[in-house]
Write a protein that binds this ligand. Sequence first.
Ligand code: GLU
Length: 407
Amino acid sequence: MSNPFENAMMQLKRATAVQPFPEAFMKQISSPNREVRISIPVMMDNGTLQVFEGYRVEHNNARGPYKGGIRFHHDTDINEVKALAFWMALKCAVANIPMGGGKGGVTVDPKTLSKTELEKLSRGWARGMADILGPKKDVPAPDVNTTPEIMSWMNDEYMKISGETTLATFTGKPLDKGGSEGRGAATGLGGYYVFDALRSKYNIAEGASVVIQGFGNVGGNAAEIFLAHGYKIIAMSDSKGGVVNEAGLDIKALEEWKKSNGALAGFPGSRTVTNAELLELPCDVLIPAALENQITATNAGSVKAKFILELANGPITPEADEALYERGIPVVPDILANSGGVTVSTFEWEQNLKGEHWTEADVNAKMKEILDMESGIIYDKSVAVNTDLRRAAFIVALERIAKAMGY
Ligand code: GLU
């Protein structure tokens, strides 16, 4: 498995080969400002003590407080969190929100924990990191396998330790605990806005066929939103595998099926595929919405999609980027495509700081305005410097960060 931070640095190299930046800036942006590792002891339900490893990487805060989610996953390690923190710095700059980039994680399969154990682990992470967090310092949020409830436990723990009665240290909280309208669906909806702003430039028609890898918050919401806008979802998967129906999947019924059967396989009218097969299905739009390193040098030549929208972070390796570019398959990069999530997180932070509560219509309209504009800026940059959308998005983000750092 390739190292995500090395891949991220390779992406940086590819982008800055198209448009160079000052050497001193390159040195600074290539390493995180701070990496924190903690041990989180949790008394398990069976009376034994287990110690989990937790991380927070603060990459860059030139544009504002560190911002980015916390991931609970058995494969999470410091290199993954470092890559994700770097991408967050670029993502916040792409969305032009007043935030820097950070990311957190715990190496754990949360499905193996009881609810009590999960709460103890979440509170333990917030306790261990409390010194470096705060509305003006570092503002975490959900990521893979972390939920609004986890954010409310963490924020509660932070308030107890710091003595500050602020809701603005964590975003992605439940609505009745200071959360924002629209945050739950924001990454999927933002992905749709970015897609819709760019699709006609690449001849993707309304109603096109869509394949989605991932059935978490992002993949699930994206499926419902694309379907509601008249697109045909022909395949979806979760970590166990996927199902295909070329006539189109009924997403609500599929969600019900997954809930009662614990997996997608066997869904009436569909055939089963592996996650690897799903990525190679003929379709108009492929949406990786799970984990990194899914499209690599090995399978990039077999991708049959006409257009790729990255809702996961880092699903395509730099070698695969090169192969897809040569094959003329456009890729909307993660740092633009999934920036709706952190954009609405920033609205949540702003509402918490001001003691306001905005309507869902207001939240979505503000997000759409930002994403339409930034999609246009990045598309124009890709044309101006004759490169792909990832390198163009990197260049736009780096220009903004460099400016904030005084370069
Ligand atoms: N974890 C999400 C991401 O990768 C959201 C981060 C946030 O809302 O701060 O963009």
